[in-house]
Write a protein that binds this ligand. Sequence first.
Ligand SMILES: Nc1nc2c(ncn2[C@@H]2O[C@H](COP(=O)(O)OP(=O)(O)O)[C@@H](O)[C@H]2O)c(=O)[nH]1
Ligand SMILES: [Mg+2]
Length: 339
Amino acid sequence: MPVQGWDEADEEQDWDEEDVRVRASRRSRPRTKIRPKHANAREGLVTAVDRGRYTCRVEGDPVTAMKARELGKQSIVVGDRAGLVGDLSGAPGTLARIVRIEPRSGELRRSADDENAHERVVVANVDRLVIVASVIDPPLRYGFVDRCLVAAFDAGVAPVLCLTKNDLAPEIVDEARSYYSQLDLTIVTTRPDEPLDELLALLAGKENVFFGHSGVGKSTLINRLVPGAGRAVAEVRSIGKGSHTSTSTVALELPAGGWVIDTPGVRSFGLAHVTPDSILKAFPELKAIAEDCPRGCTHTPEIGDCALDAAIGPDDPRAGRLASFRRMLASLAEADGKT
Ligand SMILES: Nc1nc2c(ncn2[C@@H]2O[C@H](COP(=O)(O)OP(=O)(O)O)[C@@H](O)[C@H]2O)c(=O)[nH]1
Ligand SMILES: [Mg+2]
């Protein structure tokens, strides 16, 4: 059954590890046995996950692997550092085993929607979240970008906003810059007829993940950044009609060093796992004002004495962000009431 709020593309991703609750049988012997340490395991970077098969880069060469039984339910996502044993030749038909996942330095999580507490790690060990949004076709949705920012702040991953299709509606770039003027957010713009130098400089040597709606131009950018990447690009008119070009998450190596991870387009960014407090952290320009709120203030306009109302009038450049913040709180509160 489709999970509400998820793209078809997402359904093709494997939910199996978390979905299947494996209960230890009561009769099973206690685990006193010391597990093999696999001291000889080689390290690889997980670059793609597809129905229980993991593509890993081991010293430059792609190796297909499966998860060793002993890892049980442990999830493996793109960006993970894996310890591999077995046939690491990468030759057709060979299958290595992932016996270990190194502790993650960070993970970007999202839930299907605000009500769905079933959160999922999207990628691991990334330094940077590139929120890719087109200025038009599909239109820029600040609420979505703000949600991605909350996830980035929550995960401690540095966000960048990349506005694509600047050739089609450059005026929206000014609007976006004004919307985020009180936030210390790096905004880069791209268009087909201009080089990607600024974006490249930000990405080089880092592990970056691209995140955004379908059709905003993520794969187009990745094909330009990584010659030979060959990521399929969609016709704009087919977007939103059930056709999704990228159905899997894939990491690609940048010529200048570092990695970019292309993800399937998503419709929403559920924040069921995030608390109102950590939402406020992603709105630092509002957080400073909210210090003056009465104790226990819920920052909702109906209450009356929220400091945000006193400080930010309707013409204030921060008014849009305040509305977005309150929409997010309301959505989480509503979801909370239902669960
Ligand atoms: N005019 C214009 N079209 C773009 C730009 N970037 C991407 N596109 C088009 O937008 C459509 C969707 O691009 P795609 O890379 O598949 O988006 P994705 O779903 O985010 O990976 C394709 O038809 C691209 O040619 C851009 O900067 N300007
Ligand atoms: Mg794509």
